[in-house]
Write a protein that binds this ligand. Structure first.
Ligand code: DUC
Ligand code: ZN
Length: 459
């Protein structure tokens, strides 16, 4: 099958250029001016922006957590992803403590295989440290899981500091990259105990027990461990100006540090937790929590200046019925927000159309940087001959309103309900095939992406 996308503005991290793109089979065959259509089906893309397929390197589909299971599995989550222009997700395989990494990976592959409509890879969660896990790190690298995840909070997953350090040293030897959830667990526990003792049990206590300073403290501490271990790290879901300052300080010391943020931290404020109706406030519970407007401004500026590398979603969806679990105790609210469907549109509308970032910036944080960072460049993340035919066609003139009633992701709400947006994802190609068009997602299957090593594009 051949398709010629004609006359669109092709976006890269360097800018935009009016070019034709020829898709042949699963690949991009040619990019250039006035390409002959030959036997290809020509599609008029005049006035449209063509981005490389978006990569969401932070999703949690089909995850058992907080006594429940996420509303989206790989089938619904990936269809929602495709509809929003995301052609690749990197989810987190999460073995139980005591389970081997191989067994955890096999479970996650079973969850995705034959169900995931977009392409997918996995990061491997390290929630235990011993000789077996250390050996398995090498085996995971060989199987295309070249990135890992560690938690500094959540008792079910966090590692003691000494083990975290041992793991960092091992990852340096193996050439792996690790993303870390940074929040100071001990102090969060102390603040939570205080809230319980004082009977402050509503969602309003959620951000008050997880302040930005405790995120920054954990980021600073992790970065010092990484400095001694001499290993690159990614700060996942960075939310605040204070945490950003820790990243800057480490980079000044010469460390290789990457930062990810998410649309919820760019667009939504902590005031949402103060809504008097429990159900409304609980919708926004995620960790780290939403922050203040000045943090949002710092994050936008950091995106513009290239200090933040990627925007992912941390998509971890629960319905409002599931969120009810914390009605009498905010710590029982399953944490996480839906977002995989709307990330590209949100970043286009609130970022590019609003003049906060350029289309090239958007391409860097949704396409190029995640592809390089997570070892799938140049197969993914760029519109260039030889790469996978993953293309997002955006109509910049369209206008719309985000509504849960219209979405494919299975949560019965969206944190962005009623938000007016500029732009629309008109068509999405996955490996050369039209996978989504004006909201309709066509049947098709994603493939498992065995990834290579992280590329140090910051040097
Ligand atoms: N934070 C959430 O809110 N949910 C999933 C995992 C995480 O880190
Ligand atoms: Zn997460």
């Amino acid at each position: 099958m051949k398709t010629l996308l004609r006359g669109g503005s092709v976006v890269s991290g360097r800018g935009t250029a009016r070019l034709d793109v020829l898709l042949e089979g699963e690949r991009i065959a040619a990019v250039g001016e006035n390409l002959p259509a030959g036997d290809a089906q020509a599609v008029d893309c005049a006035g449209r922006l063509l981005f490389p397929g978006f990569i969401d390197a932070h999703t949690h589909f089909d995850l058992e957590v907080a006594g429940t299971i996420t509303a989206d599995d790989f089938a619904s989550g990936s269809r929602a992803a495709l509809r929003g222009g995301t052609t690749t997700v990197i989810d987190f395989a999460a073995p139980d403590k005591g389970e081997s990494l191989a067994s955890g990976l096999a479970r996650w592959r079973r969850k995705a295989e034959g169900r995931c409509a977009c392409d997918y890879g996995f990061h491997m969660t390290i929630d235990d440290w011993n000789e077996d896990v250390s050996r398995e790190v090498g085996e995971m690298m060989d199987q295309g899981l070249t990135s890992f995840k560690m938690y500094m909070t959540y008792p079910a997953m966090m590692l003691p500091e000494g083990d975290m350090f041992r793991a960092l040293v091992r990852l340096r030897e193996a050439g792996g990259l690790v993303g870390v959830h940074c929040e100071n667990h001990g102090v969060i526990q102390a603040l939570t105990a205080q809230a319980w003792a004082e009977g402050r049990l509503s969602p309003a206590s959620h951000p008050r027990t997880r302040p930005a300073e405790l995120e920054a403290e954990a980021v600073g501490s992790l970065l010092r461990l990484a400095q001694v271990a001499d290993v690159p790290v990614v700060i996942v879901h960075l939310t605040s100006r204070a945490a950003l300052e820790e990243v800057r300080a480490a980079r000044k010391r010469g460390q290789r540090v990457y930062a990810e943020t998410c649309p919820q931290y760019l667009l939504l404020e902590a005031g949402r937790y103060d809504h008097p109706a429990y159900a409304e406030a609980a919708k926004y519970v995620c960790a780290p929590p939403l922050r203040r407007q000045e943090d949002q401004e710092a994050l936008w500026a950091a995106l513009r200046d290239g200090e933040i590398d990627t925007v992912a979603t941390d998509h971890c969806s629960f319905t409002t019925a599931q969120k009810r679990a914390g009605q009498y105790d905010f710590t029982k609210i399953p944490g996480g927000l839906p977002g995989v469907e709307h990330r590209g549109l949100l970043l286009y509308s609130a970022g590019v159309a609003a003049g906060r970032i350029t289309a090239a910036d958007m391409c860097r944080v949704l396409c190029e940087n995640p592809a390089r960072l997570y070892g799938c460049w140049p197969r993914k993340g760029t519109i260039a001959p030889g790469g996978d035919g993953d293309i997002v066609v955006i109509d910049p003139t369209a206008e719309g309103v985000i509504r849960a009633a219209d979405q494919l992701q299975r949560a019965d709400y969206t944190p962005y309900e009623g938000m007016a947006v500029r732009g629309a994802v008109e068509r999405v190609y996955l490996r050369g095939r039209l996978a989504a068009e004006r909201g309709a997602v066509y049947p098709g299957e994603g493939v498992f992406l065995a990834r290579g090593r992280s590329e140090d594009y910051r040097r």
